[in-house]
Design a protein around this ligand. Sequence first.
Ligand code: C2E
Ligand code: CA
Ligand code: CA
Ligand code: CA
Length: 276
Amino acid sequence: AKVAGKNCYRFYSRTMDQAVERRVRLEHDLRGAWGRGELSLAYQPIFRTRDRVLVGAEALLRWNHPEDGAIAPSVFIEVAEQSGLIEAIGPEVLRSACAEAAGWPTPRGAGEPPFVSVNVSPRQLRSGDLVQQVTDALVESGMAPERLHVELTETAVISDEANATALLARLRDIGVRVWLDDFGTGYSSLSHLRRVQVDGLKIDRSFITDLLRDPDDLALTSAIIAMAHSMGITVVAEGVERQGQFDLLRERDCDLAQGYWLGHPMSALEFARLLD
Ligand code: C2E
Ligand code: CA
Ligand code: CA
Ligand code: CA
């Protein structure tokens, strides 16, 4: 009867069941994936718009699953976040990014070695250990703190503003730069910028996609850039897929740009080659 009941349930909600099974399996496999060398960082180049000089890179986590191959970050980051595994993986990402970036040479025309920008998850932010993790990564790698950027989503910062404000202030005291990721997708972005001190913001890709066609998106993007600059905040546009978007962003005085038209995420080795 038990087996029949189970089969009956499966019959009615097979897709849901399979999704849950996949999650459970991914969570199981993700545990220890770092230790087995299945996780690595890809680096996507970030350019100054003014002269298209390479000035930095965003570190993006990759998982090469032994059976399933590459798993989409949107899938496994979510699993890592919800299971709490991100609290173990996050510090490794910080250490690894700093270790790999420490030796990067100064690109032609840049005047200083490139920065490395690391995504920090909401859960990592709440763990209370972030300052220590960052300090460890910097001490171990010997990299200058100014070269490390941490990217936090607006939502993560806003949902825990008091804690986040204090934490970000401590990071900035060390010299690390704080960036707001996916800017414009959360709500009441502007009022929070007054209280939460950040060095930069990344305009979400959804604003850039239709930049050439949609006057609203262009107006919003231009307004974000002007507002940020009046507060001394640097602006990156992400998801630049065409030259037209890049040209328009440069015209509107956007500081930095990132996207497939400029460069896809690549291995540490390929990125280092790009710098020579
Ligand atoms: P994100 O932080 O917004 O990262 C940018 C994403 O946009 C990356 O996807 C990148 O590959 C993609 N992208 C870059 N340029 C373009 C473009 O021109 N067009 C389009 N359509 N996409 C572009 P990816 O690598 O799949 O990462 C997805 C998300 O996973 C990231 O979004 C970030 O939220 C999260 N993530 C990645 N690595 C880490 C990590 O180490 N820690 C944490 N906590 N989250 C991470
Ligand atoms: Ca990011
Ligand atoms: Ca983003
Ligand atoms: Ca519109």
